[in-house]
Design a protein around this ligand. Structure first.
Ligand SMILES: [Zn+2]
Length: 456
């Protein structure tokens, strides 16, 4: 009994010492980022000198050069560009006019990414409004034919986590032109996927199903215009005049993922990937989506170097290209990992905005989740407490489904993300320097944790 009690005591002491060392390292990482972090300045340079950067655009080309330079400045042991062929969608000029009374009025609008426009010619038709796909199904084919269908589905405000509201609403952006084309409609207008009480239209990806032969134009309007249009449709006949030049280049064009790494000191063949996506939509500055994730990943490299930490495993920061409208960068990275038979321990993405971190999503085995959750208390002083969500990231998802790599995703506070997401208002000024840095702190702490204690 005595011996058992003694050994239990020793074990407790050892665990405490371990935990103490970990918590000191967590603090050291946090101090380094909050006092000397450069991610906010890097984000300013990206947003203000490069600006928006849709894959295949001149902005994206500039962003690759920025990323390569920023990665080198972080002190990475090795920096390289990984070639990726990406789609090239070009917006061109666009306008939407609504006749809700006696005359036409021009309203703020954005065509949805990947959609084909009206060829620059005006498309004029009567609007038919529905509040959901269920309502749409109840319409007769005659009621839909040759009309512009207004899918007036509201982003649900009752979800506390706004990503659930996004998941609930996003099919209206992604799929409306397909269901409308099948019944002979002329075009589609959607209420934006937006929590905002403003009039910013939100763009984002849509897709045409292979079975659909007519590629209908699709435009988004902000919540204020949508409310106005809803009221007018309830009153009587409303006409719309859509005009847009957007189109997809039939050929892919060359681009790059930007990669930087710290070589592991003991098992360099084992790789921990951290990252965000370098491309953004072609409005605003892509500050939260996903300039934040890029500068945070670079900050992790800088911080580990600055505090003199020598990771056992190789830490690789990846700025992925083309998350927004194709995910070609994510696929190229996974395909290369498979071809080279690389040994990937875990991949961790930040692509949910540069807001205060609240948790880490875990998309891995139950045993691995349980292992990470054992260290929850280390994160608590940083207000990071949510380890219950199954979340990774779009760019790293091919690593999981093609190569079975466990994933993690930064979970920042979600209240404001869908006010800015994919809008002209996603600019540097709406990012807070402390919140952005705290996200980098969480990422670096997670990397340290996996280096010291593994994943199971
Ligand atoms: Zn994103």
């Amino acid at each position: 009994m005595k011996i058992l009690a003694l050994s239990a005591g020793l074990m407790a002491a050892a665990t405490t010492a371990f935990a103490q060392q970990d918590s000191l390292m967590f603090r050291k990482i946090s101090d380094e980022v909050l006092l000397n972090g450069t991610c906010y300045d890097q984000l300013r340079v990206l947003c203000k000198t490069v600006g928006h950067r849709l894959a295949g655009s001149p902005g994206a080309e500039k962003a690759v050069k920025w990323g390569e330079k920023a990665m080198k400045e972080s002190g990475a042991d090795k920096v390289w560009l990984q070639p990726v062929n990406v789609p090239q969608w070009i917006r061109g000029k666009e306008s939407l006019e609504l006749k809700m009374g006696s005359s036409y009025k021009s309203v703020p609008t954005l065509s949805l990414g990947n959609s084909e426009g009206t060829g620059g010619r005006p498309l004029e038709a009567e609007i038919i409004m529905v509040n959901s796909f269920d309502e749409y199904k109840k319409l007769s084919d005659k009621a839909v034919k040759d009309k512009i269908v207004f899918f007036n589905y509201r982003f649900r405000q009752d979800f506390v986590n706004s990503f659930e509201g996004y998941g609930d609403a996003v099919a209206y952006r992604w799929n409306s032109p397909n269901v409308a084309a099948k019944r002979g409609a002329a075009g589609v207008i959607i209420r934006s996927m937006s929590t905002g009480i403003d009039d910013f239209p939100h763009t984002g990806s849509m897709h045409y199903e292979d079975s659909v032969t007519v590629k209908l134009p699709e435009m988004a309007i902000g919540n204020i215009t949508a409310d106005e249009l809803e009221a007018a449709c309830k009153k009587g006949k409303v006409l719309a005049r859509m005009k847009s030049e957007c189109h997809m280049n039939p050929k892919l064009v060359p681009s790059y993922n930007v990669i930087g790494e710290i070589k592991g000191s003991e098992q360099p063949e084992r790789i921990i990937t951290i990252g965000g996506h370098l491309d953004s939509w072609d409005v605003g500055e892509g500050a939260h989506d996903d300039g934040a994730g890029c500068v945070q990943a670079i900050e992790v490299i800088r911080t580990l170097k600055a505090i003199g930490y020598k990771p056992k495993y190789t830490i690789r920061a990846v700025l992925f290209m083309n998350e927004e409208n194709g995910n070609k960068g994510g696929h190229a990275y996974a395909d290369s990992a498979i071809a080279k038979k690389e040994n990937h321990l875990v991949a961790f993405e930040s692509d949910a905005g540069g807001f205060s971190p609240r948790g880490i999503g875990l998309e891995m085995s139950d045993a691995q989740k349980a292992h990470i959750r054992k260290y929850k208390d280390l994160f608590m002083p940083y207000n990071v407490y949510d380890f219950d969500h199954e979340e990774g990231g779009v760019d790293i998802s091919p690593l999981k489904y093609k190569y079975k790599v466990p994933l993690a995703g930064l979970l920042p506070d979600s209240q404001r993300y869908f006010d800015y997401h994919h809008t002209a208002n996603d600019v540097f000024e709406v990012v807070n320097h402390r919140e952005l840095k705290l996200g980098a702190v969480t990422m670096a702490q997670f990397v340290y944790l996996v280096c010291e204690h593994g994943l199971e």
